[in-house]
Unconditional design. Structure first.
Length: 256
């Protein structure tokens, strides 16, 4: 495959990856606490093609890595006492199927067993121990700005609010959930790759939810731009094929 077609094909692949991310952002634009994914582009030079005579041949655009935009989004009033939103840096901690998960989505509710859980049924964790909140009656709960929970005036515990020294190390477990990986960016084993610490610069807001920071208008505009890139790259591949065909025909004509 010639250099033009190789570069164009790689460009198509990188833009397909970007389209997948944009589609996921768009699908979660109404998911509370969702954090949008972004892409970081670079170039890849195939080692077998690198040489002083032709140093550019083999360079192809690729998405070097995905990264998550943890920027704070707007808080929306819901009036529900079990809806909680965070202002500042930090996450709610919940018990996922395979261990602790972290989320900014505070769309909680009370299970039939009296446990505060997420929409997926994951129990919300309390600080200082792995226990979860067990309610004693059907009366509404009160949550203070530091995460202390009260019911009928009695304290029930404090929400486990977690921050990370390096949140870029977190990996997405699903739409609005993150997990702390078991190895750092270099692949070295560690039980706490992202550096979990108790959240201090954070405030709990009861009766509110944090909206998604994936703007649908931005994603739609970006998708239109990517589709135009697709058209140009497809044209480049077609042009490269026509040039190759013409070259073959010229060689055949000269040799006859």
């Amino acid at each position: 495959m010639d250099a033009l077609t190789t570069a164009a094909a790689s460009g198509l692949q990188s833009r397909m990856d970007a389209l997948d991310m944009l589609a996921n952002n768009l699908a979660n634009s109404s998911t509370s606490g969702f954090k949008a994914d972004r892409e970081f582009y670079g170039t890849y030079l195939a080692p077998e093609l690198a040489n002083e005579a032709n140093p550019i041949v083999g360079e192809s655009p690729v998405i070097q890595r995905h990264w998550t935009d943890f920027a704070q989004s707007t808080l929306v009033n819901t009036g529900s006492p079990t809806d909680l939103a965070l202002s500042g840096s930090g996450f709610f901690s919940v018990n996922g199927p395979k261990g602790p998960l972290y989320t900014r989505n505070g769309n909680f509710h009370i299970s039939p067993q009296g446990v505060l859980v997420t929409a997926e049924g994951y129990p919300v964790r309390l600080a200082g121990n792995p226990q979860t909140l067990q309610l004693q009656s059907a009366t509404p709960i009160q949550v203070s700005s530091d995460g202390q929970i009260y019911q009928d005036g009695a304290p029930l515990g404090q929400l486990e609010l977690t921050d990370f020294k390096d949140p870029s190390q977190l990996t997405k477990a699903s739409a609005a959930y993150f997990e702390n990986p078991k190895q750092d960016a270099n692949g070295n084993p560690t039980p706490d790759a992202a550096g979990a610490v108790p959240a201090t610069n954070v405030q709990v807001n009861q009766g509110k939810l944090e909206s998604s920071n994936a703007a649908p208008t931005e994603a739609a505009a970006r998708m239109i731009t990517l589709l135009r890139h697709f058209e140009m790259l497809q044209h480049a591949i077609k042009l490269g094929a026509e040039m190759n065909q013409h070259a073959v025909q010229e060689v055949a004509r000269v040799g006859s």
